[in-house]
Structures are given as C-alpha cells and as structure tokens.
Ligand binder design. Structure first.
Ligand SMILES: [Zn+2]
Ligand SMILES: [Zn+2]
Length: 742
C-alpha cells in the first residue's frame, strides 16, 4: 500500500492504493513500475477486473476534469499535463520528466488527439437471441456464398450490442430508470401519452428536445421519472426498415403519410397498413456492400428475428469495394474522386451501369474512364450491327413482324444453316441471360451478351453481308429477330440504349408493338429453335478460323491476300463447313490432316538419367538426338532399348512455321504466294481502295459508278469481279484511280 500523489482530491483519497503484479511490465523500460489508471486505458481497465480495483473516471465527455479534482477542475487533459508536472516538481515528488514517443489515437476526421474514458452504456444482450439469429441466417441465400459464412461467423462471435449514443440527434431511447430500481420502458407514442404526468402540450415530435420534457410516473413506485439523455445507435433505425416502411402493425394506411415530424414533406411516400407488410415481408432480395454484414444486414436480421422470428430477406447480393482504375481508394484530396454528375456527362449512365453490373461481386470494382472507354468501344460493335440492319432495311423497305419475337423468324424464303445457327444462338442467349438474372448475377448476363454480340457481328453479319445488298428476306428476318432479343435481355442493364434501339427497330415499323422495350416483357426461348449440335459445330469452325488468322498474323500475311490451302487437324466440323472456312481464311482448299503437325524433340534429363543409365547414357543420348525414338503411351519414348518416362526427358514441342494450335485443333496454312494468288491479292486491294473512295465521295451504298483505273493489263483479267464488287457499270483508263457516280 502507498500514498497517492493526488490524495488531496476526494476521488484520490477514496482509493486504497495497492501494488499489484503485471506480466506486461518489464525492467527494460523506465523504472519497472507503472501507474495503473483504471479509468483511462483498456489494459488498465482490464486489470481492474482481475484485481478488483476501483475505476475512476476523472474527466467528462469533453475531456475536462470534474469539479471534485480541485485546481484541475475544468482543465482539459492536454492543458493539465504541464501543470501536473509543475505541481509534482514543486512538491519535490518528480524524479524525471521527458518526452516519450509512442502511438496515440487521433480523430480520423479532424486529427484531434483522443482519450480513453469509461462510461456506462446500454446494451442488448445477445446470448438468448444468438441461436435464433443463426437459424434465420441459414435460410438466406447469400451471393457470394462466403458472405453468408461471414455473417454466420459474426453471429457466433459478436458481443452484446451497444445501442446508446451520447448525441443530440437520433432516435431517443425510451428508457426511464427510477431510483427504486425499476427500469420503465415506453413502447409506443400512445403509451407515452397515457403515462405522461406533464410535458405533452409541447411535444412536437418524438425527438429531443421535446421528448425529454415529458415526465412520466414510475410504474412501481409512482415517483416522477425522466428519460435517459442518450439516443439510439443509428442501426436500430436502419434495422427496422422492413417494418417501418411497410406498415407493420399500422392500423390505417395514410396517403403521403410516411414522413412525420421534422421529416414531414421530405418524402411524399404513403404509410401502408399491416396487410401491406404481410404481402411484402420478407424481401425477395437485398443488395449492399460486404461491410453491411456487421451493420445493416445484421441490424435488419436482428430486428426481424426479435420481432417476428424470421429473416427479413430471402436472398442477399453482397459486393466488394469500388476503387479507382489503379485499385486505390477514391479520395477528394487525392484527386482521384469521380463526381457522379461528371461521370453521367462524360461516360453516360448506361456505361456506368455496365461497369457495376459487369463486376463479379467477389472482387473490388475498379471504376473509371479507362474501363468506360473500353465498354463504349465494345458497345459500338452492337450499335454498328443495328445500324447495318437499319440502313439496308430502309433501302429494301423491309417490314418486320412483331409476332416473330414470340415464335422465331417466319416466312423468309431460302433459310440457310447460318440463319438457323443465329436463331439457335439467340435461344442460347435468352436462356443464359434468364439464368443469370434468376441467380442475380448480372455479370453473367453481360458476359453472355458480349459473346453473343461477337457471334452476331463477327460471324453472322460478316458471313451474310451480301445477302443484305438485295432483299434476302430470311436474312433480314433472322437478324432483326436476333438484335431485338439481344436488346430485350440487355435492357435491365442498359435501359437508355435498349430503349433507343427498340424504337429504332420496332418503333413505327410494327404498329401493334409496345412502344417501350420495358412494356414488351421478358423474351422466352422456343425449344424447337434450339440446336446445341449446330452451335457446337460453328463454335469449332470459329476456333479454326481464329487459329488460321493467328498463322497469318505470325507469318505477316494480310487477310486480303488469298492463299492456296489450309490444313486442319482434329475437327469434325470441317467437312460440313469447308465453304465457310475457305472464305474466312481466304484459301482455295481445306485439307484434313490425320496426325497433329507438332514436331517433338527429346533430350535426356541428365540429372535423372545420368545416375540411372551410367555408361549407357551416350547411346541413349545419340538416339534421342537423331530422333530414333518410339513414342510410348505415357508420353515417354523407347530409345536405344531403354524405356524413358516423360519426367526423364526434356520434351520440346517445336513451333512449326505456318501452324497454330489450340487445345483441340491444329491449323496450318500453305504460305506460298504464286503469281496468280499475288494478282488476286492486288485485285482485292484495289476493291478495298475503291470502296474507300466511294465512301469519301459520299456515295449511297446502292449507287452505280464509273471507275477510272491507271493502265494495268493484269488487273483487268478480273474486270467482271471488280465491277460486281464495286457496282461499277464501266471501267475507263486515266492517270489515277477515281470513282464517279454513273
Ligand atoms: Zn474529430
Ligand atoms: Zn420507481
């Protein structure tokens, strides 16, 4: 026991000062003795529990000493420090004073140093309700699933809920403690009115300051009691949203009556009655960020379980953070904050929605103008596809039939396999999009949409272009149908674009059609139009074409240069689609290859084979070098009468020039360009130049032209070809290439 340095103050004098042991004190620092201030730090406070020490709280909520601290009274802790040191020095109690650097908490907002103090708060005990919360959470479908697990962890480990806050604004806690020991709790405005002794006349609303003037009688002893000054944690209010907004236990619906008191007029929403709550509770789906697991999702769950013993939502979509393009948090002071209004202006609301909806919810969203630009670029492909149809539909006076959207395209003569493919592909898109939305995974929907747009634009339209230069009804009906179904499935994500394109393609063309895509309902698949086998085939063809293009790029042969032949290994679809492959790869023939054209060479793995083979090594090495090997089923080889496992070999798959490989297929090109092919290449270059001149001259797509060519005898061997591709009625000779309207 010892005498304290401030026992001249009443609180100090009231304490029996004791010396206690503590593991956390070391002889390496200071004197090896620390002063324990049980009301001023977490570790000290914890010690008070172990050693049953009195807890003093010397300062008020503003950090100033209470009245019973003598000359310190009213001083803030920062102001007091120097005076305390001075006082101890004067009384010759000070051994040494100095600066000591250590971590100290500061307000994140205004940087004011913070102090730790003890105060009494109000808590909701959670032990009793915990099992019910866990059971209710188990009924919720969480996406991503790990967030449901996190909620479960939180519910298992959370402590009592501190619900009181020392603020002025907020939901007043309706607690009226009495000195007789009774805690009076008011359950409703009506109950407050019934039990009020006075103060009702000035009660404008159930908030401070008015509510604090209402005095009630203790239900045990009849004494006058007042409300505690604390208000409630905001999450209490947030937690009752499924009740307060849906009219739970509300007898009468009030039109425009949702906002009352100070919020009157801020919302014109109706206050529904209890049957409305019955109808809409629990919510089908709630979405907010991951942090809400411990906040809003939790408080809603807590309130719902407490009030009606069930979860307030059936499904939750949680998501991770939104950061800037580089993955940094956005801050005004860092200059990387994106203002919403500016983003609407610069990237457009639809593109913003695309960024959000394309984001897998288990990853942070990297939001910015860079990704927005990329999205616009991809959307342009879709836009151009619509523009393509509109252009030729106007020229050919195409009349779409709205009923086609329900049945699939009808009535076109000469339906081709490619049309059947696009229609089947459209069924697949609708099915994928429907499933994505059923799972509330918009990013699945957008991935499906993007794949579809690629197929539609880079396969169907590219392969069918010429059919639109005249009235090929099947092509028009097929493309119109596919575009419209795509617009419908993407409309929840891209409402403005979808609506615009709907009006463009349906608008006046279909008299009886709904005027908005949002009045047209969700598209349905037509079972009879699905064709998985055909989809798989075309998928294969596209992969082969892609490999062929890869070879051209690697060999530096442009796509316009015709080649003699392509070789394909591993594809069954080739025979049925040879025409398409020839056209796409601009080759005269497609040959099937039995064996993969991959040259494999082997070297000994000396680290393993050296010790294993010993003196036999040179023979094996020589055999491998000369390719005198017999492949074994396990991927190894037999060489010089030794069986070698794959791990005993260094296997190199030589990349042959002129070939490209995917996991399924190998594609090779005969890259030799003979005179005839070279000439055809020049003709195609010429046609390309003429098309550009037509565009520059502002000619309509259907305009006929007179073409002027510099003298070149060779090119004219393909005169008819040139004329038909460029709509030239005749060819004249002149100093330079030019076009004129015929
Ligand atoms: Zn602050
Ligand atoms: Zn009482």
């Amino acid at each position: 026991h010892y005498e304290g340095p401030f026992d001249m103050f009443a609180p100090g004098a009231s304490v029996d000062h004791r010396v206690i042991p503590w593991d956390e004190v070391s002889l390496d620092e200071g004197t090896g003795i620390v002063h324990v201030a049980t009301g001023a730090g977490q570790e000290d406070f914890d010690l008070s529990k172990v050693h049953d020490l009195p807890v003093l709280s010397p300062v008020d909520e503003a950090g100033r000493f209470y009245d019973d601290y003598g000359w310190l009274h009213g001083l803030s802790t920062t102001d007091a420090a120097d005076q305390i040191i001075g006082d101890l020095r004067e009384r010759a109690l000070l051994v040494e004073a100095g600066l000591y650097e250590h971590r100290y908490p500061h307000c994140w907002r205004c940087d004011t140093p913070l102090i730790w103090r003890v105060s009494d708060d109000w808590f909701i005990a959670v032990e009793e309700i915990r099992p019910k919360l866990l059971a209710a959470n188990a009924t919720v479908r969480w996406t991503p699933e790990y967030m449901g697990k996190r909620m479960d962890d939180w519910l298992r480990n959370m402590g009592d809920w501190n619900i009181s806050r020392r603020r002025f604004y907020g939901l007043p806690l309706p607690f009226y403690p009495c000195s007789c020991g009774r805690l009076n709790v008011i359950g409703s405005k009506r109950e407050l009115e019934e039990r009020a002794l006075r103060g009702l006349d000035q009660l404008e609303e159930l908030h401070r300051p008015w509510v604090d003037e209402v005095v009630i009688a203790c239900e045990s002893c009849g004494e006058e009691v007042r409300r505690i000054p604390e208000v409630g944690d905001v999450w209490l209010d947030a937690g009752i949203v499924p009740f307060s907004t849906l009219g739970w236990q509300n007898e009468n619906a009030v039109t425009g009556g949702y906002a009352t008191g100070a919020s009157r007029g801020l919302s014109g929403a109706d206050l529904p009655d209890h049957p409305y709550w019955e109808k809409w509770f629990p919510a089908d789906w709630v979405s907010e960020m991951r942090e809400q697991i411990r906040l809003w999702f939790y408080s809603q769950l807590f309130m719902s379980v407490a009030l009606v013993d069930r979860a307030p939502f059936q499904a939750v979509l949680g998501y991770e953070k939104m950061l800037d393009e580089q993955g940094r948090e956005m801050h005004g002071s860092w200059g990387n904050m994106i203002d919403a209004e500016e983003a609407f202006e610069r990237m457009g609301a639809d593109v913003m929605r695309w960024q959000y909806c394309a984001q897998p919810p288990n990853q942070n969203l990297l939001f910015g103008y860079g990704p927005a630009h990329e999205i616009k670029r991809r959307l342009l492909t879709f836009w151009n596809s619509v523009a393509f149809l509109v252009t030729y539909a106007n020229i050919e006076k195409f009349e779409p039939r709205f009923e086609d959207l329900a049945t699939g395209p009808t009535g076109g003569e000469g339906v081709r396999p490619l049309d059947r493919w696009l229609v089947a592909r459209t069924q697949e898109l609708v099915a994928e999009a429907t499933e994505a939305l059923e799972k509330q995974l918009t990013f699945h929907l957008l991935r499906a949409f993007e794949r579809f747009v690629d197929d539609l634009s880079n396969w169907y339209i590219r392969r069918s272009r010429k059919r639109f230069y005249s009235y090929d009804e099947a092509a028009f009906r097929t493309l119109w149908y596919a575009l419209l179904q795509a617009i419908r499935v993407v409309s929840p994500v891209m409402p403005f674009l979808a609506e615009h394109l709907w009006r463009e393609l349906v608008g006046e063309a279909c008299v009886d059609a709904p005027e908005s895509v949002f009045l047209a309902g969700w598209p349905e698949t037509v079972e009879a139009l699905a064709d998985p086998a055909l989809l798989a085939e075309v998928d294969e063809v596209r992969e082969i074409v892609e490999l062929g293009r890869q070879v051209r790029a690697e060999e530096n042969i442009k796509l316009r240069q015709p080649l003699r032949r392509a070789f394909v290994h591993g594809s069954n679809a080739v025979q049925a689609h040879a025409d398409e492959i020839r056209a796409e790869l601009r080759v005269k023939e497609v040959e099937l290859h039995e064996a993969p054209r991959v040259h494999v060479s082997y070297k000994p793995n000396l680290r393993i084979l050296g010790p294993k083979l010993g003196t036999a090594l040179p023979d094996v090495k020589a055999a491998l070098e000369h390719g005198e090997v017999e492949p074994l089923p396990d991927g190894g080889v037999r060489a010089a009468d030794h069986e070698l496992a794959p791990e005993e070999l260094l296997i190199e798959r030589a990349k042959e020039p002129g070939w490209a490989h995917s996991e399924r297929f190998s594609v090779g090109l005969d890259t030799h360009v003979d005179d005839e092919l070279e000439l055809e290449g020049r003709v195609l270059d010429l046609i390309h130049s003429i098309q550009r001149l037509r565009k520059e001259a502002g000619l309509e797509i259907t305009d006929r032209i007179v073409l002027t060519l510099p003298e070149d005898g060779d090119l004219l061997r393909h005169e008819e070809w040139i004329k038909s591709e460029t709509l030239a009625t005749r060819i004249e000779h002149g100093p330079e290439l030019s076009v004129a309207k015929a």
